[in-house]
Design a protein around this ligand. Structure first.
Ligand code: AGP
Length: 609
């Protein structure tokens, strides 16, 4: 949730710190701060609110020092305030620390430190780390940090700076991302790659338990026992522009329009040249392995969870294996029934979602086989799972997940096909037919994106309603859930998705004249039932906007407006029907003047429980 940056080299550190924090703004935050080692003192400035407030405070007084750290905070312990903003220091200002994550045992440690005379000025868990360092330091910065790490429990990425050691920054990584950017005569630290890619593409991605000793001409990585770690350089292939908006007004609109390419990238190299099979080099599963699996869980949060609901349909339909889909925050506390015959698939765009990571670890502890589907190479979830398949969607900056969702669907579909071909539950002809339709999806998404005017009109007409309902059956219901979440999280409209068949069990009481209802009706297997549900809401004078497959001539007889998506197999049509729902949410948010890329209270990566 928080953003961390650090610089050590020959240039003015604060320039990189502010630029890096700006690139990390999307992560969601409520305050910010920087600290720069200026030789005889450490300059610190912090501010609650946006980065601009911090820049205002720094005007005409930028520190000249060439070593510094910076931070954007998303409050977990202690409300957003100047005092609670990072960096935090010990009693004498000799040590400065920035932190992402949660120190779970901070309260008893803080009480002991106060009893021993330490003075705290913030309500944060982080400040405890600076005072612990003050206590254990006897001249060796690295061993003092290692000793502090042995005292604290929880998840953290930490960067330390010391007045007594102006030639080094120390970083410690545990369950929260931290990378070191390798420059020439300078080195960079960040919690996320977009902060550094315009400075260097060569990085060390730190693993849990590793400590980086970062000087301007060298970077050493050690483990908690002090042993040297042989780190491989990870070259970042993204270009800086990819993390920018590319001409769109918002990252979200850019990423919605990137979906044809993102989905094509997800498929690339994973369909055999003859179009007759799926290739997943990341997996070496054979029929025996799959025959040994008697239960599959798909575990995720938010949009990734909605992708899991679609994945369930794919696997049960094509592989005929039982699949249960679970919210990670529920699964991990439910004492799930898991053993070595269970396959647990976790889905996570960021690969850092705390609940999903914990669910993955719990699944491994219980003996399950694990597979992660994630978008971020080197993320905590990617490195924790036994197997990982990346969606290759490119950086997703907007808080609202769009291309991550469609690439997750593609990957779940290809995984189901791969499993079906391996378990021999699909004929060669059917496999070829579905692969053929799959290859058409990127162009069909482009086609769906080409006509946004009706959606803009709906958004303008209904964007000020306070309640919107989404209804659908089967896979349409899964997509309705995702459409409702999109509308809620960026336009703040109260939107709910219901299985159409459930309306008469209660929700119909809410359907009154003028209430907008988005009705998805693409699943042929339940079309007639869906149509009768649509008639139910029409009979109560709701305003119904239909989402239908091209060629459907029935729906228009009953509906005020119908948005058509290209015709394809009903298993694949969610990849198309979600697009108008993403756009509807986007334009409704614009109509309401909302902060589309950084919606209130939300962050891009939820790295705390
Ligand atoms: C989706 O639009 C939301 N931003 C949120 O629900 C997100 O999908 C959820 O936090 C899971 O994130 P992850 O995919 O990075 O694990």
């Amino acid at each position: 949730m928080c953003g961390i940056v650090g610089y050590i080299g020959g240039k003015r550190a604060v320039d990189f710190l502010l630029d890096g924090l700006t690139k990390l703004e999307y992560r969601g935050y409520d305050s910010a701060g920087v600290a720069v080692n200026c030789g005889d003192n450490i300059f610190i400035e912090k501010s609650v609110g946006r980065l601009d407030s911090l820049k205002e405070k720094l005007k005409n007084r930028l520190p000249a020092g060439t070593v510094g750290i910076g931070h954007t905070r998303w409050a977990t312990h202690g409300r957003p305030s100047d005092l609670n903003a990072h960096p935090h220091t010990d009693c004498h200002g000799n040590f400065v620390v920035v932190h992402n994550g949660i120190i779970e045992n901070f309260m008893p440690l803080k009480e002991e430190l106060i009893a021993r005379g330490h003075k705290f000025i913030s309500e944060t868990d982080t400040e405890v780390v600076a005072h612990l360092l003050e206590e254990v330091y006897t001249g060796d910065f690295v061993s003092a940090v290692r000793e502090v790490l042995n005292k604290i429990e929880g998840s953290y990425s930490l960067v330390f700076m010391s007045k007594m050691h102006p030639d080094v920054l120390l970083c410690a990584k545990q369950e929260n991302p931290l990378v070191v950017g390798l420059g020439k005569g300078e080195n960079f630290i960040a919690s996320d790659i977009p902060a550094i890619i315009s400075y260097t593409r060569d990085t060390f991605i730190l693993n849990d338990g590793e400590i980086a000793i970062v000087k301007k001409d060298s970077v050493q990585v050690i483990n908690r026992q002090g042993g040297l770690v042989d780190k491989k350089i990870f070259h970042v292939s993204w270009n800086a522009e990819a993390a920018e908006k590319g001409g769109y007004e918002h990252f979200m609109l850019k990423e919605i329009n990137e979906q044809p390419k993102a989905v094509r990238d997800t498929m690339s190299k994973r369909i055999a040249k003859d179009g007759a099979s799926i290739i997943l080099d990341e997996l070496n599963w054979d029929k025996n392995f799959l025959d040994g699996i008697n239960k599959i869980y798909i575990v995720a949060c938010g949009t990734a969870y909605h992708a899991g609901l679609v994945g369930k349909f794919y696997i049960e339909k094509l592989v005929r294996k039982l699949v249960e889909v679970d919210l990670a925050s529920e699964y991990r506390y439910r004492d799930p029934i898991v053993d070595d015959k269970t396959l647990v698939i976790v889905i996570s765009q960021s690969g850092e979602t705390s609940d999903t990571l914990a669910a993955l670890k719990e699944s491994k502890r219980l003996g399950a086989k694990t597979l992660a589907i994630t978008n971020v190479v080197g993320s905590s979830i990617a490195r924790e799972a036994e197997n990982v398949i990346h969606t290759w969607a490119g950086p997703e900056i907007a808080v609202a997940s769009t291309k991550a969702y469609t690439t997750q669907l593609i990957l779940m579909f290809m995984l189901a096909l791969y499993m079906a071909q391996t378990a021999e539950t699909i004929s060669g002809d059917e496999l070829k037919r579905l692969i053929n339709l799959l290859k058409k999806i990127p162009a069909q998404i482009s086609e769906t994106l080409s006509d946004v005017e009706p959606i803009k009109t709906f958004a303008r007409q209904y964007g000020f309603n306070e309640d919107v309902f989404y209804i659908g059956r089967s896979l349409d219901y899964c997509v309705a859930l995702e459409g409702a979440l999109k509308l809620k999280e960026i336009s703040y409209i109260h939107a709910e998705a219901y299985a159409s068949g459930e309306l008469k069990h209660g929700t119909l009481a809410l359907i009154v004249e003028g209430v907008p209802v988005i009705a998805l009706a693409t699943q042929k297997s339940v079309y007639d039932k869906t149509l009768s549900n649509i008639k139910e809401v029409k009979a109560r004078d709701a305003i119904v906007i239909g989402i239908a497959a091209a060629g459907d001539t029935e729906l228009e007889k009953y509906l005020d407006h119908v948005i058509f998506v290209p015709e394809t197999d009903e298993l694949l049509i969610p990849l198309l029907t979600v697009v108008p729902l993403q756009l509807l949410a986007y334009y409704a948010a614009i109509t309401r003047g909302c902060d589309v890329d950084k919606p209130r209270n939300l962050a891009k990566s939820v790295t705390v429980e």
